[in-house]
Design a protein around this ligand. Sequence first.
Ligand code: CAA
Length: 388
Amino acid sequence: MTVVGIDKMGFYTPGMYVDMAELATARGEDPNKYLIGIGQSKQAVIPPTQDVVTMAANAAEQILTPALKAEIGMVLFGTESGIDNSKATAVYLAHLLGLPQNTRAIELKQACYGATAGLQLAADYVRVHPQAKVLVIGADIARYGLRTAGEVTQGGGAVAMLVTADPTILALDTISSYHTEDVMDFWRPTYRTEALVDGKYSTNVYLDFFKTVWTGYQQQTQRTIADFAAFAFHMPFTKMGRKGLRQILPEATPEQQTQLTTAFEASQADNRNVGNLYTGSLYLSFLSLLRHGQLAANSRIGFFSYGSGAEGEFFSGVLQPNFRDGFVEEQLAQQLANRRRVSVAEYEQIYAAQLSNDGRDVQLAVGEETATYYLAGRQHEQRQYRKQ
Ligand code: CAA
């Protein structure tokens, strides 16, 4: 059978962050609660000039040459913070990137699980059409509200993945284990811009779903923890992934426990400095593992995807020999290093300045925007996207 998986990966997050120790102090909390208890050091601050479409375009632009763009036959855009209840973000994105018109462009929603749905659907499509190239996006802005318990787990950004045959980064295994239950742990009715969440409950459901799909995967494949070099977790905050790993570590030998824990530290490094990007978080964690880990080619990696509401999936893949050629390390490192730290007061002001929901014409201040794609405002109830 054709080997199919992730060929290239790009990541974009805007150029500003708020320091979590400073935010903790402003909220009257011990900084160690945020830094250790939650496990977050910096949180991406999303200016009104960036939304999920522009962030996805900025992530995709990193990996798509003009020749590759001309070959994309499908765009699957996972998001729970889309900008239109009818028209797919994928259609805006395909236009912005200049993709061919003989492409399919669809949006997928299931909280933080949307990008995994996209990845698996793309892989199955390429298995049937081995020449096809599919662009899969996971992009979100995580908003719970100022001074809420969830505020410390906000963030935002986009991951772009190119799914092809004979991939450069990861060959996906065909068997995976998934589970759906109607659970009210986190949801966002159409009239709200901020999520509703039953926080503690959501963390318990996450761990229960992980147990269920990990057990199901092992039963289907006869593999055990000994077959894995690392695990990547959906990471709403890094402590959540750490709790997931702790749940299965006793199944490993002491030596492998050390190896898996070292790999976990690599997988949380970038998420710790960006925050939650909902459906992109698992894939940022995977990218972080690739960037900061010491993984050998042909290692098997396990992935736990979780989208509240709820859908969970455990799947796996094998790292390919030239996996480092599948992303642009220097660009990723510079992007994170060059961000500007904003004060808590500035973060609060930016948080409140997101595009209003009243449909009025707006012209945004775009002076500080350095990203290739950005939002300039709204006219006649249409978002005005620009490329520089
Ligand atoms: N030093 C070190 N640790 C400290 C500390 C200190 N001074 N003070 C507190 N802590 C620790 C606590 O012991 C606790 O650790 P454990 O969980 O290991 O016990 C941790 O800090 C958090 O403390 P609290 O439980 O008191 O925190 P909280 O009540 O403020 O809420 C939260 C935490 C529930 C995660 C909240 O931020 C939230 O609701 N977040 C949004 C929901 C979420 O992310 N859920 C994740 C699962 S759902 C999902 O994954 C989908 C998705 O993306 C949303």
